[in-house]
Write a protein that binds this ligand. Sequence first.
Ligand SMILES: NC(=O)c1ccc[n+]([C@@H]2O[C@H](COP(=O)([O-])OP(=O)(O)OC[C@H]3O[C@@H](n4cnc5c(N)ncnc54)[C@H](OP(=O)(O)O)[C@@H]3O)[C@@H](O)[C@H]2O)c1
Length: 218
Amino acid sequence: MTPQHLTILTGASRGMGLAMAHQLLGTDRHLLCISRQANDELTAEAKRLGAPLTQWSQDLADTTGAAHRLQTFLDSPPASPWASATLINNAGVIPRIGPLDHCPPDDLANALRVGLEAPMQLTAAFLRATTAWVDAGWRGPRKVLNISSGLGRSAMAAQAPYCAAKAGMDHSWRAPCVAGTRRDRHRHAGATARGRPGGLPRPQPLCGTPAPGPAHSA
Ligand SMILES: NC(=O)c1ccc[n+]([C@@H]2O[C@H](COP(=O)([O-])OP(=O)(O)OC[C@H]3O[C@@H](n4cnc5c(N)ncnc54)[C@H](OP(=O)(O)O)[C@@H]3O)[C@@H](O)[C@H]2O)c1
């Protein structure tokens, strides 16, 4: 059996995530989408193309539950090893716009959980699971793409929770790079994208020395 690429995409039920999901559908890729609602139109398109698609109904505000579910999935070996593994942290939430003290506590917590805590938990689960694959001899590329925003760099009045979540997301990638990569098996690729569809970069290595071959190989 030909190995398939695995792509995990959060927030694919609408907006930019849905647009990316449509582009990612293909017979050589298993697309796992994670959001609270499944998208029927995407299911129909996958069926039409014969493209493997799984849509999880999962609230990402339950960050440890989501990470545990992803880890369990990644720990279950597929029929043949994945050709590559990619995690795209796209889901995000803009809570009520206004002064911080006007933001309802639940909305504030939800924005930080979905926008910052969930991507970090999912990334940790992804790296834990794929590092175990590498230890077992797997040599495919693994990549993480975080969908950020210009507001992660330039704060905007009345959007403190969103700005904080995106700034935290950006910074969360810098820390592993500062720590360095003591062992080759910890090399992984990551990228942070700011902005809108069409402007997405190819993941570039943020940590360790690039492996020979494509710039984003782990
Ligand atoms: N649109 C822009 O102009 C722009 C600009 C810069 C950056 N961005 C970033 O790009 C990304 C996508 O933006 P967008 O405008 O396409 O967003 P959107 O249309 O609001 O879609 C958000 C996606 O996130 C999912 N989501 C929200 N809360 C969730 C939760 N609790 N659990 C699971 N999934 C949840 C939603 O699915 P469910 O509702 O089904 O759960 C939906 O699929 C975000 O990270 C955003 O910050 C967007």
